[in-house]
Design a binder for this molecule. Structure first.
Ligand SMILES: Nc1ncnc2c1ncn2[C@@H]1O[C@H](COP(=O)(O)OP(=O)(O)OP(=O)(O)O)[C@@H](O)[C@H]1O
Ligand SMILES: [Mg+2]
Length: 339
């Protein structure tokens, strides 16, 4: 008996920190965008969660790689290998060998043609009838349930791991935008640098990230001086392991400069925004997504800074992936925003 197998669609959000894979009905999978290569035999030792666990802990035969920086591919070959392994993980070998009908991947709005080419190269290893890119801020807006087709200005901010993008959307297009590489990774570096300068203490970026997620706060009135955590690292003078306490209030101070950069990016976008669309934004407010939007006090800080209503996506880590999945339900309808 022959069974006819319907070709599948594939949605990819190849993020600086997390890669999401889905089809037209749902998101299937989200894993960290990293891999570990064994330099002896050039084999992929681990990808996704397993590779993230190994990050900053490998011996000299193994190489940990994050193939994206600033939201775009910085190591094309590694990105390609990572994506192949992640797709295999989702649906076993048959998915990699099968032919997709539509394959749609997100790409930041502010990317060069060379960066887009690198993404296309990574996607071309999959057999698909049609491969399209779409701008991540538009995908994020769809994923947040916004109607991007109407003639109404919407200010969307995607604060991811490598890039923050601020766009004003109307009639399925981007009217004005601004981006900055200040995003989650930068905040982790701010924390690491603070420990080095203030306490002569070296901490790993994974420790800094965990600290940011558990104790990070960006709105000073919410930063509780009694909330604290112990941080483990290494004494830079003595060279021995050490422990130090940090409070939520201190961390709020450490993150402040970078959050100001993001606010500046929003301000510049608003300045470029045509008045009719500015009027819409005044009524509807600001939509914020991306993992870094989940920092404690983000809503209150932006509300205070811009005197506008602020909506944080409840599943901020998934907005782009969800938006691409939605496009796969009726790709013909979304043709104007696919390229
Ligand atoms: N609860 C949380 N609080 C604060 N930050 C968080 C939280 N959860 C995740 N993050 C941060 O969000 C970032 C990842 O977000 P996201 O998955 O949206 O980025 P990405 O899509 O991989 O990156 P990019 O959009 O820049 O390509 C990381 O820096 C991570 O530390
Ligand atoms: Mg993203």
């Amino acid at each position: 008996m022959f069974l006819f197998k319907q070709p599948q669609n594939l949605a990819i959000d190849l993020g600086n920190n997390n890669t999401l894979i889905g089809d037209q009905s749902s998101l299937l999978f989200s894993q960290p965008s990293c891999l570990v290569i064994n330099e002896d035999n050039n084999k992929v030792e681990a990808v996704g969660d397993k590779a993230y666990d190994m990050l900053e802990k490998v011996h000299h035969q193994l190489k940990s790689i994050k193939p994206l920086k600033g939201g775009v591919i910085s190591d094309g070959e590694s990105a390609k290998r990572m994506l192949k392994e992640l797709v295999l993980k989702v649906n076993k070998p048959q998915l990699f060998n099968s032919s997709f009908n539509y394959l749609v991947s997100g790409v930041p709005y502010d990317t060069t043609s060379v960066e887009k080419r690198a993404l296309r190269d990574a996607l071309d290893q999959f057999k698909s009838r049609k491969t399209f890119l779409m701008n991540e801020p538009l995908a994020a807006a769809l994923g947040m349930g916004l109607n991007i087709r109407e003639a109404e200005g919407k200010l969307l901010i995607d604060i991811g791991g490598g890039i923050t993008e601020v766009v004003v959307i109307s009639l399925s297009g981007v009217v004005c935008f601004q981006s900055t590489k200040t995003a989650g990774d930068q905040l982790d570096e701010n924390i690491r640098d603070y420990f080095r300068k203030e306490f002569n203490m070296a901490i790993g970026l994974k420790t800094a990230e965990l600290l940011k997620i558990k104790l990070g706060c960006v709105f000073a009135p919410f930063a509780n001086p009694n909330e604290k955590l112990n941080v483990l690292g290494k004494d830079l003078v003595e060279g021995i392991p050490m422990k130090r306490e940090i409070t939520e209030r201190e961390l709020c101070h450490v993150l402040n400069k970078s959050i100001e950069n993001i606010e500046e990016c929003i301000q510049l976008t608003l300045e470029k925004c045509p008045p009719e669309l500015a009027a819409d934004i005044y009524q509807k407010g600001i939509y914020v997504t991306g993992g870094t939007a989940l920092l404690k006090g983000m809503k209150e800080r932006l509300t205070q800074a811009f005197k506008l209503p602020v909506t944080i996506a409840p599943d901020a880590l998934l907005s782009v992936g969800k938006g691409i999945s939605q496009v796969l339900v009726a790709p013909e309808k979304y043709k104007p925003i696919l390229f």
